[in-house]
Design a binder for this molecule. Structure first.
Ligand code: ZN
Length: 374
């Protein structure tokens, strides 16, 4: 028997508050398998397959039926069928099947092979909203040969222009500096000196990795009152995982005025994030990315995200990037995890069912609507 709670979770439209576009290009199997691994940029070694992972097993279990295959179809059959259907049809099925009403899209990374906002909307029938990546704005300015003395004004103006159509800002300082640095606002003289230095050496493929300018960008976004997304926790090994524990943000959060700060992914620091969400009224978090990559164990990860954090401070995200399986699976595994977890608490008499349903709606949709003013 399907419970009222399970029905409610299955039907709840989701706001996926941190996501990227789906691929517009056909993939080789090796590339696809590479995208089932978040940590390593290297090719999957020939003596293994990334299908042999929690995410790979979850793809075979839950994505195979979307492509008209039996559950747990072997990886070779999955790949054959996926190739037969082609990228447009595969994307339409997975994005449409996710049950997402709104995608909040980070448009700042490797976008040439990904659907943009309009592409995401037409492939899924849902709305798409933009989040501006602060480091990408700085890199645009470098390519436009802005002078060091004009950098601060040019950045502020560019951010203001982008903010017209964006619902938030995102920083990937986790990748560029880590969190264990001084995160106070730099002085105008420091910004000019840093901009002179960085722009001088930025070259044709600028990479914003200057601590002072990253801090300047963060505080420019805060001053505009934009909800601020911060990558925390897992990512590819380019980042120093031990330096992106959100606990390193304590001083920054103590000094940050009341703009929403969204700690993204957080895994394996989702318990730290839950504490911060309790300790600071403006801190919110999600366990996206961790959900897909832990597969069946995402039930435990989602359950752990419901320890310290007030329920009004939690959001749903898939953090899918590239294969549309990830947009679909993130939603499916989240629904499965809350149905299992809340269902057990309701069955044990710990939670009233009506409240369980109410909390589902908060995290699926209402908290994100409030934070991003959708
Ligand atoms: Zn992310």
């Amino acid at each position: 028997m399907v419970s009222a709670l399970a029905e409610h979770v299955a039907a709840a439209p989701l706001v996926d508050h941190h996501v990227h576009g789906a691929f517009t290009v056909e993939l080789e199997r090796a590339e696809f398998e590479g995208h089932l691994n978040e940590g390593s940029p290297d090719p999957i070694p020939p003596w293994m397959t990334q299908f042999d992972s929690q995410l790979g097993f979850a793809v075979r279990r839950w994505c195979a039926p979307v492509l008209d295959l039996p559950e747990h179809a072997p990886a070779d059959e999955y790949w054959k069928r996926r190739t037969e259907l082609g990228v447009a049809e595969v994307t339409r099925r997975f994005l449409g099947g996710a049950g997402v009403s709104d995608w909040i899209v980070d448009t700042g990374y490797a976008t040439s092979s990904l659907l943009g906002l309009e592409g995401m909307e037409s492939a899924s029938g849902a709305r798409a909203h933009e989040v501006v990546r602060l480091e990408a704005l700085a890199e645009e300015l470098a390519l436009e040969n802005v002078a060091g003395r004009d950098y601060a004004d040019a950045f502020t103006a560019r951010l203001a222009a982008r903010a017209e159509n964006a619902v938030g800002a995102k920083s990937i300082l986790a990748y560029r500096t880590g969190f264990d640095i001084d995160l106070t606002p730099p002085s105008p003289a420091e910004v000019t000196a840093a901009a002179d230095r960085w722009l001088d050496t930025a070259g044709d493929e600028p990479r914003m990795d200057d601590e002072v300018l990253i801090r300047f960008g963060l505080h420019a976004a805060i001053e505009r009152g934009l909800p601020l997304q911060l990558h925390t926790g897992i990512g590819d090994r380019d980042l120093d995982l031990h330096r992106v524990n959100p606990l390193h943000l304590l001083d920054f959060l103590r000094a940050t005025p009341d703009v929403p700060v969204l700690l993204l992914h957080c895994y394996p620091y989702h318990r730290e994030a839950g504490y911060l969400a309790q300790a600071f009224p403006n801190v919110h978090f999600d366990v996206g990315l961790g959900i897909n990559h832990t597969g069946v164990r995402s039930v435990a990860v989602v359950a752990e995200s419901f320890e310290l954090a007030p329920f009004a401070k939690q959001l749903y995200s898939s953090d899918a990037w590239g294969p549309p399986e990830l947009h679909y699976l993130g939603a499916l595994l989240w629904r499965r995890a809350v149905t299992t977890t809340f269902g057990r608490w309701v069955a044990d008499g710990d939670w009233p069912e009506a409240d369980a349903r109410r909390v589902v709606t908060m995290i699926a949709r209402d908290n994100a609507r409030r934070v991003y003013r959708l």
